[in-house]
Every structure is written in C-alpha cells, then in structure tokens.
Design a binder for this molecule. Structure first.
Ligand code: AMP
Ligand code: GLY
Length: 450
C-alpha cells in the first residue's frame, strides 16, 4: 500500500506516525514544505516543495501512483488539490474544493447553516459591494450594524483562508469603530466580502469527526489556545497548544454540550451533501463555543486541526489506514475508531517573535535526543540540515505532547520536555495546568448560573 501525504507542519508528522502504525505497514511518500526530521525518519521518500503549486503535487502523485492521498493543510484543500488528484486516479482523504468552502469561506459556512436550519450561528451578516459608488453606503451600513445592531460586541472575519489570523474582535484587536470599519473594508477589498458577527462569550473547544458522506465518527474533544501568550493574551495564532481529557470530553463541558457539538458535525456533513451534491470525505473540524445559551459554532475547518491532530492521533488504537479506506469507500462505522482513555497536553514551541515577526528564522534549536515514553515530539516549521542541525522557520516549530492518565500528568510531561528545548524559542506554560483549566470551569459555571 502506497500513501501520499501532503504536509506543511507538525500535524503531518502526527498523521504520518498514525498511518505507519497500521498493518501491514504502508509505504509513505510525502510532499512537504520543510525537510522535517520526523518525516525524514518515517517516510520512504520526502520531496520538499511548494505544496500550494498543485501541478507539482499532481506530478509527484503521477510518479508514485499511490493508493490514496491524505492532504493535511487548508490551503491546498481549499484550492482544489483533491479534485486535481482524483482526476489522475488518486482518491483523497480530504474534501473537494466545493465542499472545502465550509472552511475557505466563513460566509458560505454561516449561510449553509442558516439555509439548512442548523442553529448555532451567532447573529451575522455578510457584506460586499458591487460598485465603487456603493462604498460609502457600505461603510455606513457596516458601522451601523457593528455599533447599533450588535451593540459594539462584534467580530470581523476575513472571508477566505488566512491561517486563523484573519479574525479581529471588538475590544481586543479592534478598539474603535473607525479601525473596525477600516479592517472590514480591507477584507472586502482583498476578497470581495466580509463577515461581521456577534461576539460570543463562553469557552471554546474543538470536536473533529471522521466523515464519509453522512457518516460521522467523532474524535476526543480538544481545547485549543489561539492567543500568543499565557492567560490568553495577544494576537491570534494558528494555535499555541491543546489538551484532551481521558474521558474524551472536557472538564467544562456537559454531556449535552458534547452531544450538541457532535450533532452539529453530523448535520453539517448532511447539509454539505445536499448543497454540493457529492459526499464529504475527510476530516471535519467543528470549532465551538459553550455559552450560557448552549453550544454555538465559531467556525468549521475541512481538515485536522494543528495542533488538535497531535493530541488525538497518538491515542488512536485502531488501524488508521483502515479508517481512511472506509472514508474513501463509504463504509465508515464507529467500530473502526477507538481512542485510548488517556489525557494529552500539547504545547507548541514557537520562535520568540511568533506570530508578529520572523526574527529567529534560520537560527538553531536544540532538542534532547532522549524522549520520555509519555512524550511525543512532532516537528513543524523546522528544517533538518545535512549536518543534523535543526533550523527554525518563521512559524510554529515543535509540538510537544505529554500523555498521561490525568491532565495533570500529561501537562507535567509536556512542560518538563519543553523546558529542555533550547534556542530563541518560547511556549505557553499555562496550557493544560490545573489553574488554567479551573478558570475555564469557573467561567462556564458563572455563565450557566441563572
Ligand atoms: P476563527 O478563525 O473563525 O476560528 O476565529 C479565530 C478566533 O476568533 C476563534 O478561535 C475565537 O477565539 C475568535 N472568534 C471567532 N468568531 C467569534 C465569535 N463569533 N465570538 C467570539 N469569538 C470569536
Ligand atoms: N488549531 C486551530 C486550527 O487548526 O485551525
């Protein structure tokens, strides 16, 4: 069995590692943006390339003739790599372009939910303009919507892929109505539309599902930490770290919350089939927020989360290749998927100036050779030179995952290993700590109080 993996980050290494635990062991070929240490060790072949050049990936696939491809990142999925590969006879665990709009267009996702009666949207409007004359009126309309209809509590969303960095919140990244209107107009100038929506208050979590048409099988729920610094301060990033609990729920969620999130994923898969006329085959990532009024949808992604994949894939006890084949054949059933009852904490090592700058690019990072049994290390934007030196790129560098019977054990394992990594890097010490999790539990209790 030959598998082609398209990877741009540590998430790709987690996928590779899970695929290679399958029996019989498949041969793995990787198109990767970086010369990643883990991929070099695991794969039969790694071709370093610009994976957004779809033609190059297709050319590689034609040479390998894999049984299937697994596309990890959002950009090639959004650009239609699955369509291109399927044209040359390579089935893909990733949705086609029209289905991937669930992630690539936040307006599409909100309108899909509205059209199919899937509750869980905040109040929202998608703004666009058709002529320059309308620009002033549009500016006034957006200001009115933000100031009066949403009462100053709003979120402005770039309506295309932007690596989790196109979203700005009132009172945090947008301090005045002028700067908000200006950002909204910039979004329209760049991608034609902007989504402005109600700012929800609550605690966020991710629930990812394997999807094949209308069949969905959930993974353990995960909580990501998007802000750059401890105590959830600073710019939004791709995700600084994550945790998952041994019962596959999260300490601040009720059973109903988890059921609601699961039902959203199921209904979205069904709505996509109806809307697009073809089945979604891949990973569906629901980004949710538990609020005083129940679970609401923050966003949908058409792929594994990064770092969410680093939490859940090491816990997958069943055969990942069989899961992928079932997704492709339309035979996905819950019995094919079982996760270990363990807690995980992932902390991302990043360059010191991430995400604002890339000042440390090209500098060296040192990682201990000996990795404890309860720790997994996945390399992201770090290149391995011929000398064996590990060189930082500008983006998230190394995902360190601690695994344990409790969140506390998992956190301690991840923290201890992160502290041993040296170079011009940093990480969030607060992720997965008892104090940090208690804060979320307390907030949810306060919000739920009548
Ligand atoms: P997204 O790319 O849509 O996941 O947005 C990035 C981050 O912005 C989310 O993880 C949230 O922290 C925040 N966010 C997005 N939409 C909302 C919303 N409607 N209310 C509150 N926060 C939001
Ligand atoms: N962890 C956030 C994402 O993958 O989009």
């Amino acid at each position: 069995m030959k598998i082609l993996l398209i990877s741009n980050s540590a998430r790709g290494e987690a996928i590779a590692e899970a695929l290679l635990r399958s029996q019989p062991t498949p041969e793995l070929f990787v198109a990767s943006t970086v010369r990643s240490l883990g991929l070099m060790r695991m794969a039969k072949e790694v071709q370093v390339m610009d994976i957004d050049s779809l033609a190059k990936v297709v050319q590689m696939a034609k040479g390998i003739k894999p049984d299937f491809a697994f596309i990890a990142p959002d950009d090639p999925i959004g650009a239609g790599l699955a369509d291109r590969l399927e044209c040359v006879g390579v089935p893909c665990v990733a949705p086609k372009k029209t289905l991937a709009r669930i992630e690539a267009s936040k307006g599409f996702a909100r309108n899909l939910m509205k059209k199919y009666g899937i509750e869980g949207n905040p109040r929202f409007r998608v703004f666009s303009f058709s002529s320059m004359d309308a620009k002033r009126q549009l500016d006034l309309d957006m200001r009115h919507y933000m100031e009066y209809e949403l009462k100053g509590q709003y979120v402005v969303k770039y309506d295309a892929l932007k690596g989790g960095k196109g979203v700005k919140l009132s009172g945090e990244h947008l301090s005045t109505i002028d700067s908000s209107a200006q950002y909204a107009m910039e979004c329209i100038d760049q991608c034609g539309t902007v989504v402005i929506e109600e700012k929800l208050i609550g605690v966020e979590f991710s629930l990812l599902s394997f999807v094949s048409g209308t069949a969905t099988v959930d993974m353990p729920a995960v909580q990501d930490h998007k802000r750059a610094h401890d105590d959830d301060i600073g710019a939004n990033t791709g995700g600084m770290g994550t945790y998952s609990d041994s019962n596959h729920s999260l300490p601040f969620l009720t059973e109903e919350d988890l059921k609601a999130a699961s039902a959203f994923n199921c209904r979205i898969a069904a709505a996509l089939l109806e809307e697009c006329g073809e089945p979604y085959k891949g990973i569906l990532y629901g980004g949710f927020i538990a609020t005083k009024d129940g679970v609401k949808v923050i966003e949908y992604n058409a792929r594994f989360g990064d770092p969410e994949a680093l939490n859940v894939l090491p816990l997958l006890e069943t055969d990942f290749v069989s899961v992928c084949q079932a997704i492709l054949k339309g035979t996905l059933t819950p019995d094919l998927v079982r996760f270990a009852a363990k807690a995980t904490v992932c902390k991302y090592i990043t360059p010191k100036s991430y995400p604002e700058d890339k000042k440390e690019k090209g500098q060296t990072v040192l990682v201990p050779e000996k990795i404890p049994e309860n720790v997994r290390v996945f390399y992201g934007d770090v290149s391995m030179l011929d000398t064996g030196t590990l060189q930082l790129g500008g983006s998230r560098s190394i995902g360190v995952v601690g695994i344990g019977d409790t969140l506390h054990d998992a956190e301690q394992a991840a923290q201890a290993f992160c502290e041993k990594i040296t170079g011009p890097v940093r990480f969030r010490s607060d992720i997965g700590t008892v104090e940090s999790i208690q804060k979320r539990v307390d907030l949810m209790q306060k919000l739920r109080r009548p």
